[in-house]
Design a protein around this ligand. Structure first.
Ligand SMILES: [Zn+2]
Length: 346
């Protein structure tokens, strides 16, 4: 695929990344390294072949496959370090990284020990200009009971930098009402709430995430484009959507929402959602698994018709939608705007 580029000065702006899965950020070379640690032989070619899908179910299978190789706290530290290095290379100043705590629980791993290793690896990057925070998420194909156990674990991990609790996986699996109790526990513990919705599900899935779970941000949310009343509501309430165009193309979510068999990135509703006044942010979802990175996604946005001024606004949205204490958020926004002005982008 030819990758469009965003304006050169834009490449020097700091960015925020709010929707990136740690387990989806593992490059094929790191997959080989992790496998080697556990006496499994996987070639780089095999890993690359696994990162190719024809539909959402195929993607979930590959995601499960790669998580089988992440077994010890040291493995989590390694993949955190690799992701942080990659974010730094792209001048990302702030990232909220989603971690599948539901999968840790399924594999009978110690969530606390894994999070301690992740937090330690992440903290090392703070002095280099990258602040990381964590979102623990549960898997929608698993039970509400399992989610409650994860919520209790997440509630005790705020000191490790966990800022939010979320839900991912197969959106068409269990209804969100099954997870209400888990999300109540997380909210009562002071965690923010996020949910994947309107990715392969319809507009009602987004409404359900907001009304049943109290979601403050929506992962993907592209189905909103098929319900203009919902778009108006999301715009009025300024509920952010974490939009990941390349992911939507790779998983087939885009074809599903646009009801076209041969989906093209050009059909992506990112610009329409933005033009309707929704608080849209831009993310990668699973960068290694979708062969993308955050800079590339801004290139995609440029190809979808965002002007340079609009790209800057889109990037600033990422900081506004962050789960940061107000003062820290203001500082990051101020730095962003100063940099944009110095680069003559404002
Ligand atoms: Zn996601």
């Amino acid at each position: 695929m030819t990758v469009p580029t965003s304006p050169r000065a834009f490449a020097r702006l700091p960015l925020a990344e709010l929707h990136v899965h740690l387990e989806g950020s593992i490059a094929p070379s790191t997959v080989v390294e992790l496998a080697g640690r556990h006496g499994i032989r996987i070639t780089r070619e095999e890993a690359i072949a696994r990162y190719s899908y024809s539909n959402f179910a195929g993607f979930i299978e590959s995601f499960k496959w790669v998580t089988r190789l992440i077994r010890e706290p040291e493995d989590f530290a390694l993949i955190t370090e690799r992701l942080a290095q990659d974010l730094l290379r792209q001048s990302v100043a702030y990232a909220e990284v989603t971690i599948s705590a539901g999968v840790m629980l399924l594999r009978e791993q110690d969530i606390g020990a894994n999070m301690a290793a992740i937090a330690e690896a992440g903290t090392a990057f703070q002095d280099r200009g990258l602040k990381l925070a964590w979102i623990l998420d549960v898997v929608r194909q698993f039970s509400g009971e399992a989610a409650i156990a994860v919520a209790h674990a997440a509630a005790g991990l705020r000191s490790s930098g966990v800022v939010a609790f979320g839900i991912g996986g197969d959106e068409l699996a269990l209804p969100l009402s099954e997870f209400r109790r888990a999300f109540d526990i997380a909210r009562d513990a002071g965690l923010h709430i996020v949910a994947h919705a309107g990715e392969i599900g319809g507009p009602d899935s987004i409404r359900e995430a907001i009304e049943v779970l109290g979601a403050e941000r929506i992962g993907h949310g592209i189905a909103a484009i098929n319900d203009l009343a919902l778009c108006d509501e999301l715009a009025a309430r300024q509920i952010p959507l974490e939009v990941c165009p390349t992911s939507n193309l790779a998983t087939g979510a885009l074809a599903l929402q646009r009801r076209k068999p041969a989906a093209l990135l050009a059909n992506h509703p990112l610009k329409e959602l933005y033009d309707r006044g929704l608080r849209v942010t831009l993310s990668t979802d699973d960068p290694a698994m979708f062969h993308t990175n955050l800079r590339q996604e801004y290139g995609v946005a440029a190809s979808l018709g965002f002007s340079t001024t609009e790209l800057v606004h889109l990037a600033e949205n990422g900081f506004h939608a962050a789960f940061l204490p107000p003062e820290e958020k203001l500082t990051l926004i101020r730095t962003f705007r100063e940099r944009a002005a110095a680069l003559r982008l404002l």
